[in-house]
Design a protein around this ligand. Structure first.
Ligand code: GLU
Length: 392
């Protein structure tokens, strides 16, 4: 047999996405006939609303099947810019918007065009597991800002100030947060902005993909609206997957300074070109259409979040800070005496429950459960977790 080719150092260092891997594993086990309950992926179980599907179908029938502008259909860029102005209070022009293959490509492109080898990315931990990998793929170094449940999964302005070095280039903010559900208040964003004003070389990416998914009493604020004087170095990443139940469509966006967005578009022109042309017309219908469907789904997720939260709080040995948004719970399971990878492996093997180990998010004491599942599936998952806890 010929020797295998050596992979690049980048590829060798790369960790594949564990959230996607566990979801695929659960699907495969179920296909093999195993009784599996999956609370792993953050994926709405609702169908994409009909008016969005119809708009994409119409576009397909009307012949929107050819290459389009790399940065996105002009009407869609306009509509996203209008949404940012009206809903988020962030004045944005269409040429400041890049339509991307999901929020993930927006993040990837941004990291590639902003970061040089040796630059530092400041990353509050726990974090969504793709941020560090994307930073490493750009040659950057990750500097964590550790947070925990006792501090509400928040970092203090002093902690941020102390972490900044001359190499710090990009701060990642993800509110509502995956996996902790933490939502930054306006006051907290103002305090972060005060620190940023002292460090003109530090940019911020605000991943707002969960903006629609909030527990009662919580409000989403965009940093760029709270601190418009910093808008030139604040980048917003968002997409249609979570709010509009469009995970498989792969449509997101990057918004920010025009020259950076143009560089990200140039990168996209050499990697993937435009996002699927007719799918963009579905996205256009979504972003320009009424928000009733989004509100209804978000309300249902709130009920499910509360159901999962209450259920977890009743499981002996688990400690949970109630999530304020997104659709995850991130309980501390360290009292069970297992590292999170072993625990998740055993949960899958012994009670058929698929959840994601906290170590992938930078906290080995925790596991992540998703409430983007039917109430019956949530109850089933909780029952399996309780059964496992009793068996220890
Ligand atoms: N962001 C979702 C999650 O964390 C989807 C999977 C992924 O892209 O990582 O479950």
């Amino acid at each position: 047999m010929p020797a295998l080719l050596t992979l690049s150092a980048r590829a060798q260092a790369l960790q594949p996405s564990l959230t996607l891997a566990i979801t695929a594993q659960a699907r495969e086990l179920r296909r093999q006939g195993r009784d599996i309950c999956s609370l792993s992926a953050g994926e709405p179980d609702f169908d994409t609303p009909a008016f969005i599907r119809e708009a994409a179908t119409r576009a397909l029938e009307e012949g929107h099947t050819r290459y389009g502008p790399v940065a996105g259909e002009p009407e869609l860029r306009e509509a996203i810019a209008a949404k940012l102005g009206q809903e988020n209070g962030v004045a944005t022009r269409a040429d400041q918007v890049l339509v991307t293959n999901g929020g993930k490509q927006a993040l990837y492109n941004l990291f590639q065009v902003l970061l040089d080898p040796g630059d530092e990315v400041l990353l509050p931990a726990p974090y969504w597991l793709s941020y560090p990998e994307m930073a490493h793929l750009a040659g950057a170094v990750v500097r964590r800002l550790p947070t925990d449940a006792s501090g509400g999964f928040r970092f203090s302005p002093e902690q941020l100030e102390a972490a900044i070095t001359p190499a710090s280039r990009l701060l990642v903010l993800n509110s509502p947060s995956n996996p902790t559900g933490m939502v930054l208040s306006r006051t907290e964003l103002e305090a972060i902005a005060t620190v940023l004003r002292r460090h003109p070389d530090l940019s911020v990416v605000c991943d707002e993909i969960y903006e629609m998914l909030l527990s009662p009493g919580h409000v989403h604020h965009s940093l760029a609206a709270v601190a418009p004087d910093l808008a030139e170095r604040i980048f917003i990443v968002n997409g249609f997957a979570k709010g509009w139940a469009m995970t498989g469509w792969r449509i997101g966006w990057l918004a920010g300074a025009r020259h950076v967005v143009a560089a990200a578009s140039a990168l996209q022109s050499q990697s993937t070109s435009n996002v699927c042309s007719f799918a963009q017309y579905g996205a256009l219908a979504a972003v320009s259409g009424p928000r009733d469907c989004v509100r209804e789904m978000a309300a249902e997720f709130s009920r499910r979040r509360a159901r999962l939260t209450d259920g977890l709080m009743a499981v002996p040995g688990l400690e949970l800070l109630a999530p304020e948004g997104a659709f995850y719970a991130f309980p501390d399971v360290s009292a069970w005496g297992l590292d999170s990878m072993t625990l998740c492996h055993r949960l899958l093997e012994e009670v058929g429950l698929a959840v994601v180990p906290g170590v992938a998010f930078g906290d080995d004491r925790c596991i992540r459960l998703s409430c983007a599942a039917s109430p019956a599936t949530i109850d089933d998952g909780l029952a399996r977790l309780r059964r496992f806890g009793q068996s220890l």
